[in-house]
Design a protein. Structure first.
Length: 250
C-alpha cells in the first residue's frame, strides 16, 4: 500500500478504551473501536495509536490486537498502511462493509440470482426517477460518454470492459441522486451482480445500447415515467436472459 501522510492521530490518553476481560477479546476490541467512532472521538482519516499503545490499553497481546484490526479492515472500517508513516486509519470507504456482506450472503446461497436481479430492478426504479429529476447537463453528458465507451468496447469484442461500462452506467445514475445510502446499497448490489455475470459467462446483448439511448432521450426531456419504463423493461429482459443460464441448484 502507498504511504500517505496521516491526517489526524488519536492520542492514547484521549480514547475511551478499556482493558479486555472477555475470552473473545478481538470482538470486544472491535466493538470498542466502533464505539469510539460513534462517539465522534474517531473520524475518517484518524490514525489509531500504535500497536504497542493499543495492546497496553486493551491489556491484550499484539496477536489478539492484530486479529481485531484485520476484522475491522475486512469490513472496510479501517485501512492498514505499511511503512514509516503507516498504521491503522479510519477508512473513507464507508460502504465497503455492505458490499462485502452482500457478497458473503451470495456465496452462502442466502441471496439467489433471482433475488439479486429482482432487487436491482426495484432499486433502479427509484434511482432513475430521482436521476431524471436532478441530473445536470454535465451529468447527462457523462452518461452519454459512458454509452459511447460501452459501444466502443462492444465493437472491439472486449466483453469484460463492456460489462464494466454497463455497470458503471448504473453507478453514475446513482451518484446523481446525491443519496449516500442509496449509493452504498446500489454499489453493493452491482458488485455482486458483476461477480454473477462473470460466473455465467459472456453473452451478446445487442438490445442494451439502443435501450440506453432511448432512456437518455426521456431523461433529457425530464420524462421520468418513460425513463423508468425503459429501464425496467431492459432490466427484466436481462433478468430473463441471466436466469436462463443459471443451473437448477441456484
Amino acid at each position: 500500500m502507498q504511504d500517505s501522510p496521516p491526517t489526524a492521530t488519536l492520542k492514547p490518553q484521549s480514547s475511551g478504551f478499556r482493558p479486555i476481560r472477555t475470552p473473545r477479546a478481538f470482538e470486544e476490541i472491535a466493538a470498542q473501536i466502533r464505539a469510539e467512532l460513534a462517539a465522534g472521538r474517531l473520524q475518517v482519516g484518524s490514525r489509531l495509536p500504535s500497536e504497542r499503545a493499543l495492546s497496553e490499553q486493551f491489556g491484550v497481546s499484539r496477536n489478539t490486537l492484530r486479529e481485531a484490526l484485520r476484522s475491522l479492515e475486512q469490513v472496510g472500517l479501517i485501512r492498514l498502511q505499511k511503512g514509516a508513516r503507516g498504521g491503522a486509519f479510519i477508512s473513507e470507504r464507508g460502504g465497503q462493509a455492505v458490499a462485502i456482506g452482500l457478497m458473503d450472503l451470495y456465496h452462502l446461497g442466502a441471496i439467489t440470482p433471482a433475488q439479486l436481479t429482482q432487487a436491482r430492478i426495484w432499486l433502479e426504479e427509484v434511482v432513475v426517477r430521482e436521476a431524471c429529476r436532478l441530473a445536470t447537463r454535465q451529468d447527462l453528458d457523462a452518461l452519454d460518454k459512458n454509452i459511447g465507451e460501452a459501444a466502443e468496447a462492444a465493437a472491439a469484442g472486449l466483453f469484460e470492459l463492456r460489462a464494466r461500462k454497463h455497470l458503471d452506467f448504473h453507478r453514475l445514475l446513482t451518484q446523481i441522486t446525491g443519496n449516500p445510502i442509496l449509493a452504498v446499497v446500489m454499489n453493493g448490489v452491482l458488485d455482486v451482480l458483476a461477480h454473477f455475470i462473470s460466473e455465467i459467462g459472456e453473452q451478446e446483448n445487442p438490445y442494451v445500447l439502443p435501450s440506453r439511448r432511448r432512456m437518455m432521450k426521456h431523461m433529457r426531456a425530464r420524462d421520468a415515467d418513460a425513463a423508468v419504463a425503459e429501464m425496467t423493461s431492459l432490466l427484466k429482459r436481462l433478468q430473463r436472459s441471466y436466469l436462463s443460464r443459471v443451473g437448477p441448484s441456484r
